[in-house]
Design a protein around this ligand. Structure first.
Ligand SMILES: Nc1nc2c(c(=O)[nH]1)N[C@H]1C(S)=C(S)[C@@H](COP(=O)(O)OP(=O)(O)OC[C@H]3O[C@@H](n4cnc5c(N)ncnc54)[C@H](O)[C@@H]3O)O[C@H]1N2
Ligand code: MOO
Ligand SMILES: [Mg+2]
Length: 420
C-alpha cells in the first residue's frame, strides 16, 4: 500500500490522463435520428445553397417594385392577381407589369417579381380577389430571402469533433445527410468496490449502505456519451478488482471504478497500483474532495479510480472521466474553462488543497454570484442533484469570504435561481 504519494494539480492530472489516451476511437455510421449526443467523425459540407431557391419570407404578394413607386395608404396602387403560390409549389407564371402573384411564406419567388408586399400592407388583406391594392412603395429586393443567403453550396457547416445537438441535427437533415459518420461510443467497464454495498433493491442491514455511486456513474457515463457496462459490486477482497479487470479488459475501452483508492486496509484499487503490470499515472491530486483519485493504465486501457465518497466520486467524474470520454469520442473541445464569480457565502475553512465546493449560480446586480451548497461533505449525496458548478476555493489558511472573487467551473446548465 502506498502511503507516500506524489501530489499533482488537477490540471496536470487531467493533462496526464488525456495524454495517455490521445487517439479517438474508430468511426461508425449511424442513422440521423440516433445521432443526438454523438460526435462527428468527419467534417460535412453544404450539399446545396441555403435557402436552395429565392423565396418569400412573408405571406403577401410578389410584385415588381417599380409598379409600386406611387403607392401609399391614401392612394393604393392596384395590380391584377394572376396566381397563388403555396409553399412547396413552383410558380407557373411570370410577374409582368401591373400584375402580382399571391405568395405564401416559404414559397419560391416567381420570375419577374423583385419584392414581396405583406398582406397587412394591402387593401382588404383577408380578401382573396382578382385585384390587390398595394399601400406601400416597395424597394427592389425587399422581403425576399435570396438563394444561398445563409450558406453557399460547398461551405463547411459541421466540423469534425463537434458534438451533435439539435442544431447540428437540423443541419444534417437540411443537407440530406441520413447516414452520419460518428466516433464509436466508448464502452466503460464500471466497477464498484466495497463489502458494505447493497444493491439498491435490498433492505438496509447493519453497517451496510446501498450502492448509489453505481447508478449515479452509469447515468453520468451515458450522459457523457459512453456505454456503461455494469457489473455487480466487487468485494474488497485482495485481488478481486484485478480479476475483474482481467475478465473485462478486452471488452471495454476504459474502466471507471469507485472506492478503494485511499490508504485503508481493504482499499483494493490502491493496492493494485503496486503491481508490476500496472502503470500508475497519479494517485493524489491537489483537490478536496477526492484527493486520493487515482488513474492508471492496465493492459493499455485507462482506469479512472474515483473515490468511494459520493461527493468526491461525482467531482472526479466531472473533472477527469467526462473529458476523457469526450476525447475518446473525438470531441475537440474537452477542457473545462472556468468563469469568475463573486462568492455568495463565505467558506473560511483552511485547506491544504484547493476545495471544489458544489454550488449554484445566481445573477445579482449584473454580477455572477456563486453560492456553495451547505451540505457538501464528500460523503454526502443529497445536494448532488442540484449542483450546477464547482466553486474553487484556493488552498491555504484562510479560505474565501463572501463577496470575494472566485473561479467557478460549470458542469450543468445553470438555472440562475429558476425552478430546476
Ligand atoms: N487515513 C486516511 N483515511 C482516509 C484518507 C486519507 O488521506 N487518510 N482520505 C479520505 C478521503 S479524502 C477519501 S475521498 C476517502 C476515499 O475513500 P476510498 O476511495 O478508499 O473509498 P472507500 O473506502 O471504499 O469508501 C469511502 C466511503 O464511501 C462510501 N462508498 C463507497 N462506495 C460507495 C458506493 N458505491 N455508493 C455509495 N457510497 C459508497 C463508503 O461506504 C465509505 O463511506 O478515504 C478517506 N480516508
Ligand atoms: O478527498 Mo475526500 O473526498 O475529502 O473525502
Ligand atoms: Mg477506503
Amino acid at each position: 500500500m502506498r502511503f507516500t504519494r506524489e501530489t499533482i494539480s488537477v490540471e496536470k492530472a487531467v493533462q496526464m490522463l488525456l495524454a495517455a489516451t490521445a487517439h479517438p476511437l474508430p468511426q461508425e455510421e449511424i442513422s440521423l435520428y440516433e445521432a443526438h449526443g454523438r460526435v462527428m467523425a468527419r467534417l460535412l459540407q453544404a450539399d446545396s445553397d441555403m435557402p436552395p431557391f429565392d423565396r418569400s419570407p412573408l405571406d403577401g404578394y410578389a410584385v415588381r417594385a417599380e409598379d409600386t413607386v406611387h403607392a401609399s395608404v391614401e392612394h393604393p396602387v392596384w395590380l391584377n392577381v394572376i396566381e397563388t403560390i403555396a409553399a412547396g409549389q413552383v410558380p407557373s407564371k411570370q410577374v409582368l407589369p401591373n400584375t402580382a402573384i399571391r405568395i405564401m411564406t416559404g414559397a419560391q419567388m416567381p420570375e419577374g417579381a423583385d419584392a414581396v408586399v405583406m398582406f397587412e400592407q394591402t387593401e382588404n388583406p383577408g380578401e382573396i380577389s382578382e385585384r390587390v391594392g398595394v399601400k406601400r412603395a416597395m424597394k427592389a429586393g425587399e422581403n425576399i430571402s435570396r438563394r444561398g443567403e445563409e450558406i453557399l453550396q460547398g461551405t463547411q457547416v459541421i466540423e469534425r469533433g463537434e458534438r451533435i445537438n439539435g442544431g447540428v441535427m437540423a443541419l444534417l437533415a437540411a443537407f440530406g445527410y441520413v447516414r452520419i459518420p460518428v466516433v464509436r461510443r466508448p464502452r466503460v467497464g464500471l466497477l464498484i468496490t466495497g463489502n458494505e454495498l447493497l444493491p439498491p433493491e435490498e433492505p438496509l442491514r447493519p453497517g451496510q449502505i446501498r450502492n448509489s455511486n453505481g447508478p449515479m456513474l452509469a447515468g453520468m457515463i451515458a450522459d457523457a456519451g459512453g456505454v456503461p457496462l455494469l457489473f455487480p459490486p466487487l468485494s474488497d477482497h485482495p485481488g478481486v478488482a484485478k480479476e475483474a479487470l482481467d475478465q473485462l479488459v478486452d471488452q471495454v475501452d476504459l474502466f471507471v471504478t469507485t472506492g478503494g483508492v485511499s490508504v485503508g486496509d481493504f482499499d483494493g484499487i490502491a493496492a493494485m497500483t503496486d503491481d508490476d503490470d500496472v502503470q500508475l499515472l497519479f494517485n493524489r491530486v491537489a483537490m478536496r474532495p477526492g484527493s486520493p483519485t487515482t488513474a492508471l493504465m492496465y493492459r493499455n486501457k485507462p482506469l479512472c479510480g474515483l473515490s468511494g465518497n459520493p461527493g468526491a466520486c461525482f467531482l472526479g467524474f466531472e473533472l477527469f472521466v467526462r473529458p476523457l470520454l469526450e476525447q475518446m469520442m473525438g470531441q475537440t473541445k474537452v477542457l473545462r474553462h472556468s468563469v469568475r464569480a463573486t462568492l455568495g457565502s463565505s467558506c473560511e475553512k483552511p485547506c491544504p488543497y484547493p476545495r471544489y465546493l458544489r454550488g449554484r449560480l445566481q445573477v445579482e446586480n449584473m454580477q455572477l454570484v456563486a453560492y456553495p451548497d451547505k451540505n457538501d461533505k464528500a460523503g454526502n449525496l443529497t445536494t448532488l442533484k442540484n449542483s450546477e458548478c464547482f466553486i474553487i476555493i484556493p488552498a491555504g489558511g484562510r479560505g474565501r469570504s463572501e463577496g470575494e472573487e472566485v473561479e467557478v467551473i460549470l458542469h450543468a446548465m445553470p438555472r440562475f435561481g429558476g425552478e430546476s
